[in-house]
Design a protein around this ligand. Structure first.
Ligand SMILES: Cc1cc2nc3c(=O)[nH]c(=O)nc-3n(C[C@H](O)[C@H](O)[C@H](O)COP(=O)(O)OP(=O)(O)OC[C@H]3O[C@@H](n4cnc5c(N)ncnc54)[C@H](O)[C@@H]3O)c2cc1C
Length: 266
């Protein structure tokens, strides 16, 4: 796959430690929500560093967006978050990725579990769902350290029409769990993802999918008990993804329907 040159159209600060970079990429072939690009930086002495970044924008968006979270001791992310300016050129290649993608034609319901910046490819799916006017039932649970680190918080609230502590009744439900800094007035989840949280947020596995003890439990209104097929996407740091996948399987969700993407070192 060839490397292309993307020109930075604009950058916007999402949170104190993350930035969205909007790129114009001539000849961009289009992408599916959930795919990523590789970004390659080259120093004056020829040293190169390459990292993967999920595409945050919907396929319907004319520009390509990536959203990068800064790791303070990282080689690439501090540059992308703090130093990239409009007019800069970035080398990138893509789109990359097959199984970790979703389009409205694939149907649902969708169950999306994100840890930290793992919300980025899931946001692309929800932006695509919104751009298509789809009412495929969808749920997103986003685990972040603190409210100020919750990427796309305002946009997700607007899309779901919900209250952050009490997911709304719209076809998109979004909830956050704060693992380190919990605001005093917060009444929502305030711990790392665990079984009871998943039970409260997602309910039992659809009866048709269930392979474990949850098989006997009735599917609820947003679950796939009516001929539709549940699709689960889990993305974030490796420990988050491993925990989430284990909890899902233990609750009877069919492993073949659980798509995972790990951002961090394993
Ligand atoms: C398919 C894919 C999609 C990705 N999409 C995004 C995205 O949309 N947004 C985003 O911000 N990042 C994303 N990442 C992570 C990204 O590729 C880099 O790993 C991240 O930006 C760190 O790079 P760095 O050069 O700053 O840190 P490095 O110099 O590579 O690492 C610095 C230190 O942090 C550790 N580390 C590396 N990556 C992580 C991590 N993700 N979490 C915790 N510790 C880590 C390393 O072990 C090392 O100790 C994605 C990764 C993959 C594989």
């Amino acid at each position: 796959m060839d490397w292309r040159i993307g020109t930075v159209r604009e950058t916007s600060r999402e949170t104190p430690r993350s930035t969205t970079i909007v790129l114009d990429v001539p000849g961009w072939p289009g992408h599916r929500a959930g795919q990523h690009v590789d970004v390659r930086l080259t120093a004056e002495d020829g040293y190169q560093a390459q990292r993967s970044y999920s595409i945050a924008s919907a396929p319907e968006d004319a520009a390509l967006r990536i959203t990068v979270d800064r790791l303070d001791d990282g080689e690439v992310s501090p540059f992308l978050v703090d130093d990239v300016l409009p007019g800069d050129e970035l080398e990138l290649r893509g789109p990359i990725g097959g199984p970790f993608t979703w389009s409205v034609d694939d149907g649902g319901p969708l169950l999306l579990l994100a840890g930290g910046s793992g919300v980025v490819p899931l946001m692309a799916m929800l932006r695509h769902r919104a751009a298509q006017g789809s009412d495929v039932p969808a749920r997103l649970l986003h685990s972040v350290r603190a409210p100020r680190e919750a990427l796309f918080h305002r946009e997700l609230l607007a899309l779901s029409g919900g209250d952050p502590a009490a997911p709304g009744s719209a076809s998109l439900q979004v909830a956050w769990t704060y693992t380190r800094m919990v605001p005093p007035e917060w009444t929502g989840f305030a711990r790392r993802l665990d079984g009871p949280m998943l039970d409260a947020f997602a309910g039992p596995a659809p009866a048709a999918d269930a392979t474990g003890p949850a098989a006997a439990m009735a599917a609820d209104g947003l679950s796939a008990g009516n001929g539709s097929t549940e699709r689960i996407f889990v993305c974030g740091p490796s420990p988050f993804v491993e925990t989430a996948a284990s909890l899902l399987v233990a609750r009877g969700h069919a492993p073949g329907r659980i798509h995972t993407e790990r951002f961090g070192p394993s």
